[in-house]
Design a protein around this ligand. Structure first.
Ligand code: AHR
Length: 312
């Protein structure tokens, strides 16, 4: 009867018929811009009608965008949540409207029955990999670290900090002496690094920089050079993302290591949504992407060329 028919119609929706709203954070970093490019590309390839909303770093704009997607009756919503808290209500609204939400790259602290799945990396593990690289490379030497954090309250800032601290704990020669947000941007990364350098004897008392993303590291590298020091040797530089520019810095000996984060979060997200729409396949609650460490010995020039063709 009516029930079976409704079920059949819902089950037969083809990906090509899907309209998906995407609430993106903004364009704070090269990685973020690549994620946007690849999401649009993936949607086009699959015949998905993508409605794109740039929140310019504001959660309130993301909430507005989600409400507008619900009002338009989209088939699904992609959300890259700028911060981790404050999503319960709007996610409830999407759930009540029976619109599945897929989280991209960042996480929320809401109950996981408020979204279909989350595609992303193990953010704490990334921080640990970065910290372990430093542990392995400073040996017994005393090492004062300065840290550039990502956007305050964002899951990558919280977890990348925790993971790094975990890796260096028990190594009393390594200490984080300064830690401040650089908002995941080059400009802020440079600005905050300038203040770190001033506060730490012109930089002479700093052994390493840990930046929660490559863009802040690139900004900081500039500040280190302007202070008359050599990034990559006077001050070791380890960061996260693996954007093309960090490989140029590595090739020049000015950056040491980065942990790769794929900007193609939309591929696995659309795969999950298509399967769910086509036959009700429930994806796992977390679809994890890989985290790989790159150093100066990984032929940074060649990786730079490869990366340039991957949405950047
Ligand atoms: O959420 C992922 C982080 O957001 C990236 O590492 C950073 O570059 C971006 O702004």
């Amino acid at each position: 009867g009516a029930v079976a028919l409704t079920g059949l119609m819902a089950g037969s929706a083809l990906a090509a018929d899907m309209t998906v709203g995407f609430s993106q954070i903004g364009s704070e970093s090269g990685w973020r811009a690549a994620e946007t490019t690849l999401t649009k590309e993936q949607a086009e390839k699959r015949g998905i009608d993508l409605k794109f909303a740039d929140a310019q770093q504001k959660q309130e704009n993301q909430i507005k965008a989600i409400r507008s997607f619900i009002a338009q009756g989209v088939d699904a919503i992609l959300l890259a949540p700028v911060v981790a808290t404050g999503w319960d209500q709007v996610l409830e609204e999407a759930k009540d409207a029976e619109i599945p939400v897929v989280l991209l790259d960042r996480q929320v602290d809401s109950s996981d029955d408020l979204y279909l799945t989350a595609v992303g990396s193990d953010l704490e593990h990334e921080g640990e990999v970065a910290g372990q690289w430093l542990v392995d490379n400073v040996g017994d030497k005393d090492c004062n670290v300065v840290e550039l954090q990502g956007t305050t309250g964002s899951s990558p800032a919280i977890k990348r900090k925790a993971g790094f601290e975990k890796a260096i704990s028990g190594h009393d020669n390594i200490e984080i002496v300064r830690s401040q947000t650089g908002d995941f941007t080059r400009t802020k990364g440079k600005e905050v690094m300038e203040s770190f350098l001033k506060a730490e004897n012109g930089g002479k008392d700093i052994c390493a920089l840990y930046a929660h993303n490559d863009d802040m590291a690139v900004g900081a590298i500039q500040a280190i050079k302007e202070a008359g020091l050599k990034p990559g040797s006077d001050i070791l530089v380890v960061s996260i993302d693996a954007v093309p520019d960090i490989f140029l810095a590595m090739a020049a000996g000015e950056a040491n290591a980065t942990v790769e984060l794929t900007p193609n979060m939309a591929g696995p997200a659309f795969d999950a949504l298509e399967a769910y729409k086509n036959d009700g396949t429930m994806p796992p609650k977390f679809i994890q992407t890989e985290s790989k460490l790159f150093t100066q010995s990984d032929d940074p020039k060649a990786v730079y060329e490869e990366k340039k063709n991957q949405g950047y």
